[in-house]
Write a protein that binds this ligand. Sequence first.
Ligand code: AKG
Ligand code: FE2
Length: 288
Amino acid sequence: MPDGDGEAAKLRRALDSWGLFQVTNHGIEDSLLELMGASKEFFRQPLQAKQEFSNLNDGNQFRAEGYGNDKVRSKEQILDWSNRIYLKVEPEDERNLALPKHPNSFRDALHEFTMGCRRVKSIVLRAMARISGLDDDEYFLKQFGDRATVHARFNCYPPCPRPDLAMGMKPHSDGTVITVVLVGDGADGLQVLRDGAWYSVPSSPHTLLINVMSNGMFRSPVHRVVTGAEKERISLAMFYALDPERVIEPAAGLVDEKRPALYKKMEARDFLVGLSEHFLEALDLLTR
Ligand SMILES: O=C(O)CCC(=O)C(=O)O
Ligand SMILES: [Fe+2]
């Protein structure tokens, strides 16, 4: 955990170069293992049992939460080679109590893990405020607002007979302030885009960072997951987003004559809509 000048410099380098870094000794190993075990057990069930928790109402109306793939928007859309569960975990009073009931441990394990992860996220965001030169260590944490949302996405990528033809998760950047990703059983596959080339991220518990309030100082890395022929891969991403009604803008402490504001003021909700609508066009430009 970043503490002291040497660690702060390392954090800064990691964020400037890759936009992500690994965290070890985070103190939530037990709940992490338990939750990984519970999600593995969920995915191992027959399709019919998993579909009881489908993200398609009446078999066709898409909703964000539940078991299933992304919304299908066109016939040409290429689907990801994965199964997933997507759940809102915070605000706690909006947590969906129809959570997978099998295995029994799922609900408690998710709760324990959410609590531990919240602590890790706060430590990282305080360190980021410090290395940004902001006067207030709590600056980023305060931006979340009272009804900040946290979603959990459990991804299960089955072995793929033709990894050259399918993508586990298409290139994207997360529209969150920070995402914490955990990968089970040393399964590689996550890659990050830098200067037009894809680099593999070694698999162990790690964290992806995204920041929209730092006036371009920290940037959300574009990443994807490739498939593997041999091994199933399970990961869990915790997405920390702002209260959707919160107005976001570059931090005043990071804007001056030399660094004019790079972003407009807007509601967090509008930022997310814009990101999902324009991301693929922007990526096309980046990777052309
Ligand atoms: O599976 C992974 O390692 C990454 C998942 C991811 O990027 C996501 O769920 O947004
Ligand atoms: Fe992601």
